[in-house]
Structures are given as structure tokens and as C-alpha cells.
Design a protein around this ligand. Structure first.
Ligand code: UT7
Length: 328
């Protein structure tokens, strides 16, 4: 049961992307596309690609250490670790348990949540509930290596995704950091964006290899859905909480610059964007954007931040928080 006096606030953030990059020029040598098309239709110029050794949890452990340092929380002071991912390298053990071992957080219990690109907001919801029900320090990681599931002959999906991880440390606080979170799902639209086992076998040097998994997306309806969610959710919270647009930072999932631009037009404010550098990093995306907003001073102490994400499922989620700063 929720104890109304227990609030959660984010006190530290971090992120990590792989070393290797993949530019639009690189992609134009792999499939029939070009820089102009990709930039004008998505806003993406670059993305980071996992090496064979990178996993959601190895990237997530780096992001976690950065967030813990900013929060001035020791790994052994964590009560729980929650990882939002849909691309872990194995169904079990969880990415959260792997991160626990990597950072040495022996007192935490650990589990993963799966909501694809909405993962960071779903993870924020459960982390917030953990605090509300008695935990003091909770680590949230959003991490995905989507490019492992990319069919690099499909030009409509291979240009979009990049890999990365983000992290946030939530702590129990006397005043609300997290003010409200709304989640939604529509499983009847599951076919629009899904992970499938590619039926094609692959032959190489005389051997036949097992089919690779890949992502299939009907881009147009997903784009329309994502734009609607972003605009409607933002207007709903601005109205409900009478938010001052001068002290509100919109931190959206980075799915397509056209979604962000359409929202900017309707809301008459400029949401934060870094999609040109990272592409769509799925569950990591909102957390990376939040981290950059904090680091660059786009969000100042006392400001409100509105986070919104949407993805496969279909799923969506949005959250309002007050940024109370990191410990001195
Ligand atoms: O993170 C979860 C949420 N995800 C999203 O919100 C993603 C939403 N969708 C999108 O971002 C966009 O739908 C895409 C970027 C995937 C595609 O953009 P679009 O404007 O919806 O293009 P389209 O799929 O309607 O395709 C238009 C044309 C087609 O050619 P024809 O049939 O008109 O001749 C495509 O074959 O563009 C072609 N096309 C490309 N051309 C050059 C598709 N991909 C490419 C490409 N390069 N990479």
C-alpha cells in the first residue's frame, strides 16, 4: 500500500554508448539510401553500434556507475536495481542481476522490465513504486542493443536504431520529485512493430547459418501514433498541473525528429532533441536525453521535466517530475 508521505526524486543520471559509430554515409554504402533522405525523414545523422562484447548490461553498468557517482550513493546502499530492456543477451539471468555483479551492489534485489522504447518510463513507474513502498535508493537503467536485431537489408528500419544505456538513481525524499506517471498499452496493435525470427537461412563459405532475428515495423502508423501520444500527453499534463512553459523541459523519446517538430509546432515550445547524434536508442533514449538536459543546464533546479515515450506493444508512458538537483 502506498504511504502518501513517501516521495521519490532523481538525484543522479548517467549514460553510455558503444565506441563504434555508423553514419548515414556508412549506411548508404550498405542499402539504397542517402544522407539527405535519412536527415530529412528522421533527423538522424549518426548512431552508435554495439561491438560483439557490448550488451545492455555491460553498457548499463557504465551508465549506472556514472549515475551513482553523481548521486553520491554507494552501490551497497542500493535497495533495488531495475533494468528496462528488450534486447538483453539472454532471457536469464536478468540484465539487472548482471549489473548488480558489475557494480558490486550486493544488498539490492534485481529485475528487468520490458516495454520496448517505452521502457524507461515503465521502469520509472516501478522504481517510483519501490520508493513509495519503503525502499530508499533505487537504480533504474534503460538499455538496449537494438542493432543486434536489425536486418541491414531493410532500409526502413536499419537507418533508425542505435545502441546505448542510461541510468537514474531515485531516492526517497520529503518533497515530490516524481509528481505523476501515466502508462498505456494497446496489444491489438502489436503487429505494427515487432521482433521476428527472419525465415531466411544464411549461407556463408559453404555453411548454412541459423536465421537471425530482425525488427519489422510499419513506419507510417507508428509515426502517427507516436506524434499523437506526444502532443496529447503533454497538453494533458500542462493543463492538469498548470505548468509554466518557461520552467518546463520536454524530454521525449527520440524516435523521429518529425515527431518532435510536430509536437513543437502544436505546443509552441521546443522539446529536447539529440536524435541527430544517437538515433533511436529504445529504452535508453529518454534517460540519455534527461542526462544531457541536466548536464547542459537545460533543466535547472526547481524546473519541471516532462518525459514521454512510445514504442512496440504498442506501449506508451509519460511522467512529470520536478528537478530537485544532485547532492552537493
Ligand atoms: O521507437 C518506437 C517508435 N518508432 C517510431 O515512432 C518510428 C516511426 N516511423 C518513422 O520514423 C518513419 O515512418 C520512417 C522513418 C520509418 C519512414 O519514414 P516515412 O516518411 O514514414 O516513409 P515511408 O515508410 O512512408 O516511405 C516513403 C518512401 C517509400 O518509397 P515509395 O514507396 O514512396 O517509392 C520507401 O520505400 O521512402 C522509401 N524509403 C526510403 N528511401 C530512402 C524508406 N526508407 C528509406 C530509406 N532511404 N532509408
Amino acid at each position: 500500500m502506498k504511504n502518501e508521505s513517501r516521495f521519490a526524486t532523481i538525484i543522479g543520471t548517467g549514460f553510455k554508448v558503444p565506441e563504434q559509430t555508423l553514419s548515414n554515409e556508412d549506411l548508404s554504402r550498405m542499402v539504397e539510401t542517402d544522407n539527405e533522405w535519412i536527415v530529412s525523414r528522421t533527423g538522424i545523422r549518426n548512431r552508435y553500434i554495439a561491438s560483439k562484447d557490448d550488451t545492455p548490461w555491460s553498457l548499463g553498468a557504465y551508465a549506472a556507475k556514472m549515475a551513482l557517482e553523481a548521486a553520491k550513493v554507494r552501490p551497497n546502499d542500493l535497495d533495488a536495481i531495475i533494468v528496462a530492456t528488450c534486447t538483453n543477451d539472454a532471457p536469464f539471468p536478468s540484465a539487472a542481476c548482471r549489473i548488480q555483479a558489475s557494480i558490486g551492489a550486493s544488498t539490492a534485489y534485481c529485475y528487468d522490465v520490458s516495454a520496448a522504447c517505452s521502457g524507461f518510463i515503465y521502469g520509472l513507474h516501478v522504481a517510483n513504486m519501490e520508493i513509495a513502498t519503503g525502499r530508499k535508493n533505487v537504480l533504474l537503467v534503460g538499455a538496449d542493443t537494438m542493432t543486434r536485431n536489425i536486418d541491414y537489408t531493410d532500409r526502413s528500419t536499419c537507418i533508425i536504431f542505435g545502441d546505448g544505456a542510461s541510468a537514474a538513481v531515485l531516492q526517497e525524499s520529503p518533497q515530490p520529485g516524481i509528481i505523476d506517471i501515466s502508462l498505456g498499452s494497446d496489444g491489438t496493435q502489436a503487429e505494427l512493430l515487432k521482433h521476428v525470427q527472419d525465415p531466411r537461412t544464411r549461407a556463408f563459405e559453404g555453411k548454412t547459418y541459423a536465421p537471425l532475428p530482425s525488427i519489422k515495423m510499419e513506419g507510417r502508423p507508428v509515426l502517427r501514433f507516436a506524434t499523437r501520444v506526444m502532443v496529447d500527453s503533454c497538453l494533458e499534463y500542462i493543463d492538469r498541473y498548470k505548468l509554466d512553459k518557461n520552467h518546463l523541459c520536454i524530454v521525449p523519446h527520440q524516435a523521429n525528429q518529425r515527431i518532435i517538430d510536430a509536437a513543437a509546432d502544436k505546443l509552441q515550445m521546443q522539446p529536447y532533441s539529440n536524435i541527430d547524434r544517437f538515433g533511436n536508442t529504445s529504452a535508453a533514449s529518454c534517460g540519455i536525453a534527461l542526462h544531457e538536459c541536466v548536464q547542459k543546464g537545460v533543466i535547472k533546479n526547481g524546473d519541471h521535466a516532462f518525459l514521454v515515450a512510445m514504442g512496440a506493444g504498442l506501449t506508451w508512458g509519460y511522467a512529470l517530475m520536478r528537478w530537485n538537483g544532485t547532492p552537493e
